[in-house]
Each structure stands twice: as C-alpha cells, then as structure tokens.
Design a protein around this ligand. Structure first.
Ligand code: ZN
Length: 416
C-alpha cells in the first residue's frame, strides 16, 4: 500500500485513527466477555471438561514428541527478539529517512504488539477458569469443618501408613530407594489415572513426557520444582526434583494440571491419589511423602499458632503425647531428600557413594545466587497472596474430607 505524505492525508488519516479505536474497542469487548464468562461456573466446567482434553491431547501430544521444552525456547527467542527490537528502534533515530528500514521496524513492532495482544486476550482462560470451576470437578464436593482431633488422627494415620510404605519400598543393597525411569513412572500414573477416571473423568488423558528445563538452575532458584504451562501444555522439571521421590510426586501433580485441574490444592490432592493408586510401591510412597509437610504444618499450627513451643509448654506435652513417631526417621529423611548419610551414620556404616543425588549448586556466582533467591522468595509470596485458599497446603482439607473413613477407623479401634 502506498504511503501518503502530509499534504494528502486529511481524511484518510482520520479514518485510520478511527480504525484503531474500533480495533481497541473490539479487543476490550473480547476481554470483557471472556472475563465475564470465566466467572460463570458452568462455562468454566464446560471448558475444562470438554475443551481442555482436546487441547491437551492435541497440542500436548504433539509437544510430547519433541524432547526439548518448546515453551522455554519460545520465551528465550521472544526475549532476544525484544532486545533486538530495542536496538532497531534506537537505530531508527539515525536511519529514519530510509523507507525500507522504517517499514521493517514497523512490521517488527506490529508483530510484537500482535503477540502481546494474543497473550493478553488468552489470559482469563489460564488465570480465572481453574479458580472459578467446580472444586475437583465434583458437584457433590463441599468442604467440611474439622477439629484438632481429626487433624491429629490424620497425622497419625499418615505416620502409620508411612512406616508401612517405608518398609514395603523397593530398595538396593544399601537401603536406598531404587529410582524409576520416566517410562515406568508414566506407566504407573497412566494405570492409576484409568482407575480414578470414574470419579475424576478428566484424568483419562495419556501422560505426556517429562522435559528438563534448559534453564533448570535458574527456574529452581525461583522456588519452582517444575511447571506446567499453557498454551504449550508441557511438563517441565528442574534440578529440584532430582531426589528419589520428589520427581514422581511432582510428575503426578503436573499431570493433574495437564488434565485440567488448575488449582494447586486440587493438583496436590489428585497427584497424591494418582500416586496411591499406582501398583508401584515406590510411586505410592513418593505421593505419601509429598504431603507430609502440609499435614505436619497444619497440626503444629493448630497446637501452637505462630508461637515457638518449649519443653514445659502444656500444649507441647499434649502434642508429643498425641502424635505418633516414625519407625526410622533417618531413613525416611533419606528417602525424601536422596541423602542417606544420617541413616548410615546411625548404623555405624559408611555411606555408600550415591551418584544419583542432584548437585545442589544452583548458580556459580554468590551474587547471582542471592539475587535469584530473593526473586524466588518474592515470587512465592505473590503466588501465595494470589492463590489464597487454593494454595498447595489446601491438600490437607481434601484429605480430611475424603480420608475420614481411613484415618478414623484405626484411631477408634485403638481406643477400644
Ligand atoms: Zn502446580
């Protein structure tokens, strides 16, 4: 299209300006309608039940064939593109008389704006749909109120089951948990998903490949073990998941997101159920270990609030009397972290060399490390503020509601 100079521009220029306003109006209208729709429970459920499976199977299936995380490569490319664009815009000061160059820069700016626009328009789908849909996709679910006794009974049930699973787990000659391959984990989760799909129909999807982050140490420094990201529908993992159990439970958690359970409490709970339904004792154990800290924190908080207990504190004494002990705490710790030094030291044994423990070093420079950690802390706080009741520890509420028959039964038989 030929460009018009100032003398020719009267009417067409006005028309063009008007066009931009119409365009902006349409964008705002689309955003507004989307925003409204994303707050209607039925629409959100419909999207997650009907649209998500097709997108996850289609796009996720395709992405699963590519070993590298396309989302990260795209983001890195976009960052490089933006940096180049800034340079191009600066150069425009000197090269503004060259029409070809001006057009090229104009095209780059339009392209950037178009991509940014698509990102903004699709935002409500990712941020609002999961939060405003029916909890766990179950119309019959409603949160129950529980007292301290329930919480302690759940904790004690967790300890008893954990003790059992600790001994049932598959170990090598040094007592270390035997790691599972990605294929074995996928098979275990797929089998569990089939079993659970009656109660949670969204869980029927094939389990996608696990990808390793290309900036793993950086992402781990931002307090993320792994993430699932749309629209790419990829499951990306960092060095933080390289312990013997963490990878399996986080895999189950991210797979729940992939299936359309966006909230963190839902993904934690379904991740747990997926692990527990697996035939593999190490996957079951991994899921069980993953919820330990959430239950433990809830029990502690119920007893002490935010105060630090001391040995004389009557609450502390009641707490010690009420809560059960682990059979083999150093082994349990080793299973959670992959570091079995304490376990072997308690037995007077030398700790056999363990090459499968992840390198905890995140970044080489102390300054860079401190900076990333600070950013990670900030990120955690903002995520918590944003998610509120849907934070990760909400898994305890679901366990209290759904596991009542399990944790109540042994406690009552004990009283008899
Ligand atoms: Zn998550």
């Amino acid at each position: 299209m030929p460009e018009l100079n100032a003398a020719q521009t009267g009417a067409p220029k006005k028309k063009r300006k008007y066009g931009y306003w119409i365009f902006l109006g349409i964008v705002l209208l689309i955003l507004g309608v989307q925003y409204l729709l994303a707050h209607i429970r039925r629409v959100c459920d419909w999207y997650l039940d009907r649209v998500t499976p097709k997108l996850s199977e289609g796009i996720g299936g395709l992405m699963s064939k590519i070993p590298a995380p396309v989302c990260e490569i795209t983001e890195i490319a976009a960052a490089v593109f933006c940096a180049v664009l800034v340079i191009l815009l600066i150069l425009l000061i000197f090269l503004r008389k060259r029409r070809g160059y001006r057009r090229f820069v104009g095209f780059c700016v339009k392209l950037t704006l178009a991509v940014a626009l698509i990102a903004v328009i699709s935002e409500p789908i990712y941020s609002a749909v999961g939060i405003n849909s029916t909890v766990l996709g179950r119309a019959d679910y409603s949160a129950q109120a529980h007292d301290l006794d329930d919480l302690v009974a759940l904790w004690n049930y967790w300890v008893r089951q954990g003790n059992q699973m600790m001994h049932d787990a598959d170990r090598d000659e040094n007592g270390h948990l035997i790691l599972r391959s990605d294929d074995e984990i996928r098979a275990g989760l797929e089998q569990a998903a089939q079993r659970l799909s009656g109660e949670y129909p969204r869980l029927g999807l094939p389990v996608p490949n696990a990808k390793t982050s290309v900036v793993s140490q950086l992402v781990a420094g931002l307090n993320m073990s792994a993430y699932y990201i749309e629209p790419w529908r990829e499951l990306v993992f960092t060095v933080n998941t390289k312990s013997r159990t963490r990878f399996m439970s986080v895999y189950a958690h991210e797979y729940s997101h992939f299936c359309g359970y966006h909230r963190e409490d839902e993904a934690n709970y379904l991740g747990l159920l997926l692990c527990l339904e697996s035939d593999d004792p190490n996957i079951r154990y991994a899921g069980w270990l993953d919820v330990r800290n959430y239950i433990w924190s809830a029990v502690e908080k119920a007893y002490f609030g935010d105060a630090e207990p001391d040995d004389e504190d009557p609450d502390y004494i009641a707490f010690c009397n009420a809560t059960e002990e682990f059979d083999d705490y150093p082994l349990l710790l080793g299973d959670m972290t992959g570091n079995y030094k304490l376990y072997h030291r308690e037995r007077g044994e030398e700790n056999p060399e363990d090459n499968r423990v992840a390198n905890p070093e995140l970044v080489s420079s102390d300054k860079a490390k401190a900076l990333i950690e600070k950013a990670g802390q900030k990120r955690s706080e903002s995520v918590r503020a944003e998610l509120g009741a849907h934070y990760y520890d909400g898994v305890v509420q679901f366990m209290l509601d759904d596991f009542a028959s399990r944790y109540r039964a042994p406690a009552e038989s004990k009283e008899e």
